[in-house]
Design a protein around this ligand. Structure first.
Ligand code: ADP
Length: 190
């Protein structure tokens, strides 16, 4: 299953499948702040990439709280055995019902930060998982709207990034993204 929509300076594609198999310039990892691997998509990426990915992550500086990457930010490494040039490790928010607005703002920010990092590394194509929608429990419909709106807004201006693919593991997550993609209003051109 796949579909796409063109925005001002690039295309968004939705694919049902496995993120680690994507042939793109950068694969985005839904990581945790330690950047030392974990379950879900993080585990799948590290297994497929091989030990050099973990070794590269271990080289990244750690702050006083043991974090290599705070929530909302991202870090770029090579991609080991993956068919990509880079892995962009992005730390999405753990969904918090009590502060849903802050969770939403952080989820938007992490997508914008990833796209900016991809452009700084001259990437043309970037593949995202549905960040925060697994262990971090972000409601899928809301997460899809936030992620896709952030990408639409990023693509309002030109950069090296012209293809943004969301790779959804299951049919229901794919449908949530497809619904959100068709519902997003186009930005009015000035
Ligand atoms: P988070 O901790 O950010 O919630 P998870 O890895 O637990 O990250 O889940 C994020 C999303 O990635 C979930 O929707 C999950 O179904 C999906 N996912 C897990 N493995 C893969 C994979 N190999 N390819 C694409 N998506 C995946």
């Amino acid at each position: 299953m796949s579909e796409s929509r063109d925005f001002a300076h690039g295309r968004v594609e939705l694919v049902q499948g496995d993120l680690v198999e994507q042939q793109v310039d950068a694969i985005v990892n839904a990581a945790n702040s330690s950047l030392l691997g974990g379950g879900g998509v993080d585990g799948a990426i590290h297994r497929a990439a091989g030990g050099t990915l973990l070794a590269e992550c271990q080289q990244l500086p750690v702050d006083g709280q043991g974090r290599r990457c705070p929530t909302g930010e991202c870090r770029v490494t090579g991609a080991g055995n993956l068919q990509a040039r880079y892995v962009i490790h992005a730390v999405g928010p753990v969904y918090n019902h009590g502060s849903a607005e802050q969770s939403a703002a952080l989820l938007r920010q992490v997508h914008l930060n990833v796209l900016q990092a991809a452009a700084q590394h001259d990437c043309q194509s970037v593949a995202f998982p549905a960040i925060s929608t697994g262990a971090y429990r972000f409601p899928i419909d809301e997460a899809a709207a936030i992620a896709l709106t952030a990408v639409r807004d990023y693509l309002a201006l030109p950069s090296s990034v012209t293809l943004v693919r969301f790779v959804l593991f299951s049919a229901d997550r794919y449908q949530a993204f497809a619904q959100a993609l068709s519902a997003i209003p186009a930005l009015e051109l000035e």
